[in-house]
Design a protein around this ligand. Structure first.
Ligand code: GLA
Length: 727
């Protein structure tokens, strides 16, 4: 069984195919962390709780008869604030007496098959045969606050997930000031921290640096996850590469203010916390009430960062993305945004559909601008009625015309927003988020709707329902184009204003859940000014997320590589646009490392370009399974190599290989022999273009000859694709 409990040692072991996680119940019922790392045999682990002699300044518990025990240095499972542990705390509860001393001790546990859902939150899922769950109950005897630590083990994936439920079992109201989803107290700081940062149109730049003494971390306090940092951190050995060495990834299934805080104490021991950002977070619990944290997913691999990423890719596809979409072929779409912006009418869209049909494209997505008075981005968000000045004859008639061509129809929404110049705002000015007496900051001329309120969500749901239920809509792009300032809700009492940000996220999940439940056949694509809300919380509702408003193929390389650290290639929204930086072929090859689609005016393509597009469409179908369900290998990273970017897909049976190389800048070296990882050494692969046969071992150990034979092959934006099939 993946989860075991040794009653004599009071020790828990959580085993996956790659990892072991262990903790135990020490004297006085302290929950002490022992180990997370490569899989180890059953052995005595208790010595791992000790970290040498503590200083005279450190507090110790006199009831624990152990000269080496101090809460100040002990690795804990879920460390609390103010009871002797001076490091950053996972939990801090301000109690009825007004202090925030928090101290929870083990009471009981249970192990059950499967995985319970988390109330109101997106989370990974499993049936009883796929996972096992441990729930550990711990209690603070002074306040009566109970903590339930949840661990689910997905043994076949090398994945363990965690979340926490806090219940006020006392008689006075308490306030949560910190409630992280999980903690990892590691014994050494010999790790590099890998994460991504960015901004609008430049998301997911990968950075890697050694851990340092002190507190380091990433966070969002923007109300959404944001493009600035992604709720994902990997720790890998200093020597780890893409394919070798230990790497563990922590990914938070959450779309709001998050924090990954890592404190390396003076002993060189890191404490890693992942969860809701404590800044701007307060949650009041009346007696009997409980609070559930979002889930953190931990993946462990000894096959480097690449192995860790592939674990996340398969795991998220199978256990997080909407199951009706995860392994269903998605339609090849063309989006109107970059082709028309706000300037379209029904005839133009039908012309797009007509031209797209001739190319083999399967769906037209009508982006922003179809509703209310929306002729530019200054107005009309919140007025989700069809603009019949643009769409003469209405939406149903437009969709009929598009469908008659054999093309499916998709539509854009930005449900969480309100323009001050809108009928909705004129009717309900208090629905726009703003703290009393403050000037509302504008961002893209819009405000944020107070999604903490059920009446607001009901209104937007009804407006959306009225349009969607009456029309043959196959796809929705759910956008979100500003972050939250002057945060407060007119509907919350002062003592609950600290709950605003988390309630906002819960409100978004509620609305998204209602829409996807009402229309399960609709493919949802998430977007937030590009990849500004590219997180696992969104992936639970939307199997694909628009990765960036930057569609330049060279810029896209680092954006997509960074996203691939944690997110499946099948989730990366990527389109071929009219960008001039690289040939149409290369633009296609880069977008093929994602969902693939088009974002250009199909009427303007030259006859030669139309032929290229038709070939790309054929490739999309040919390689669909390989790209969407295969193993992804980052070979040469665009943030590490200034010249070349290379990646590869290998089918699960290792019989097909799709390799791509893009020249970003002309390299001085025109001789390139590239080893291919992840192949079957015993197989014989045939290059489908040249007919040349290679042994798998040869390609893995000598490599594929990619030397440039013409100057053109060294030019910026040139790309090569190799498709090899085992004979
Ligand atoms: C955001 C999105 C774009 C497009 C526009 C429409 O910027 O990222 O793809 O939908 O909004 O206003």
């Amino acid at each position: 069984m993946p989860i075991s409990f040794d009653p004599a040692k009071r020790l828990f072991r959580l085993d996956t195919k790659t990892s072991t996680y262990a903790f135990f119940v020490y004297r006085e019922n302290y929950l002490v962390h022992l180990y997370y790392g490569a899989k180890i045999p059953d052995s005595d682990l208790e010595y791992l709780m000790y970290r040498g002699k503590f200083d005279s300044l450190s507090p110790w518990n006199t009831k624990v008869d152990d000269p080496d025990f101090s809460a100040d240095i002990t690795p804990f499972e879920y460390p609390t604030n103010g009871a002797g542990d001076m490091r950053i705390a996972a939990l801090s509860v301000r109690n009825g007496d007004g202090n925030a001393v928090t101290d929870v001790r083990y009471v009981s546990h249970k192990i059950t098959p499967g995985k319970p859902a988390l109330e109101g939150l997106p989370a990974t899922f499993a049936d009883d045969s796929q996972a096992e769950t441990l729930e550990v109950e711990a209690v603070d005897p002074v306040t009566g606050v109970k903590v339930f630590l949840l661990y689910t083990v997905f043994a076949d994936y090398g994945v363990t997930t965690r979340s926490v439920r806090v219940e006020n079992g006392g008689s006075a109201p308490v306030t949560l000031e910190r409630a992280f989803s999980g903690c990892l107290d590691l014994p050494t700081m010999d790790w590099d921290m890998v994460h991504v940062y960015g901004r609008w149109a430049k998301e997911n730049t990968t950075v890697r640096h050694p851990l340092q003494h002190g507190i380091q971390g990433i966070q969002s306090k923007r109300g959404m996850t944001g493009p600035n940092h992604n709720p994902f951190v990997a720790l890998c050995q200093h020597t780890a590469t893409e394919e070798q060495g230990e790497a563990m990834g922590l990914s938070l299934v959450y779309s709001g203010n998050f924090a990954f805080d890592i404190e390396v104490d003076t002993r060189g021991c890191p404490r890693v916390l992942a969860g809701i950002n404590p800044t701007d977070f307060r949650w009041r619990l009346e007696p009997g009430e409980s609070f559930t944290t979002p889930e953190v997913v931990m993946a462990y691999s000894e096959e480097g960062l690449g192995g860790m990423s592939r674990t996340f890719h398969h795991f998220y596809l199978d256990h997080l993305c909407p199951p009706q979409w995860a392994r269903k072929k998605r339609p090849l779409l063309i989006n109107s945004w970059e082709a028309a912006f706000f300037d379209f009418d029904d005839d133009k869209l039908v012309e797009f559909a007509q031209a797209a049909k001739e190319l083999g494209i399967e769906m037209l997505v009508m982006d922003d601008g179809w509703f209310g008075d929306r002729f530019d981005d200054h107005r009309a968000l919140g007025d989700w009625q069809v603009n019949e000045e643009k769409l003469k004859g209405g939406l149903a008639s437009l969709i009929e015309r598009v469908n008659a061509l054999g093309i499916q129809f998709g539509i854009w929404y930005e449900p969480e927003m309100i323009s001050p110049d809108s009928d909705l705002y004129r009717a309900h000015p208090d629905w726009a988020v703003c703290a009393p007496g403050r000037e509302k900051s504008m961002s893209r001329y819009q405000c944020v709707l107070d999604m903490t309120r059920k009446d607001v969500r009901d209104n937007i749901f009804q407006q959306m329902y009225d349009v969607i239920s009456k029309n043959n809509i196959a796809y929705i792009k759910w956008d979100c184009n500003r972050h939250i300032s002057e945060a407060a809700s007119a509907a919350l009492p002062p003592e609950r204003q600290g709950e605003f940000f988390h309630r906002y996220v819960l409100g978004v999940y509620d609305l998204m859940g209602r829409i996807t439940k009402a229309f399960p056949h609709i493919l949802l694509e998430n977007c937030s000014s590009g990849g500004g809300r590219f997180d696992p919380g969104m992936l639970y509702y939307a199997p694909q997320i628009w990765a960036s408003d930057n569609t330049d193929p060279i810029e896209r390389l680092s954006i997509q590589f960074g996203a691939s650290l944690c997110y499946p290639i099948a989730s990366l929204g990527a389109h071929v646009s009219a960008s001039q930086r690289a040939s149409l072929e290369t633009r296609g090859n880069v977008a093929m490392c994602g969902t693939f689609g088009y974002e250009l005016d199909p009427r303007k393509l030259t006859p030669e370009e139309r032929e290229i597009v038709k070939r790309q469409v054929a490739d999309y179908h040919k390689y669909y399974d390989l790209i969407h369900y295969g193993d992804f290998y980052r070979i040469t990273s665009p943030t590490e190599d200034p010249y070349l970017c290379r990646w590869q897909f290998v089918s699960p049976d290792k019989k097909q290989v799709l390799f791509t190389q893009v020249v970003m800048r002309q390299p001085a070296n025109n001789y390139q022999l590239q080893r291919l990882p992840g192949l079957d050494p015993a197989a014989w692969y045939v290059d489908q273009e040249t007919g040349q046969t290679y042994s798998g071992a040869l390609l893995m150990h000598a490599g594929l000859d990619l030397s440039a034979r013409t100057d053109n092959q060294l030019h910026d934006g040139y790309s090569v694709v190799k498709y090899l099939v085992a004979r």
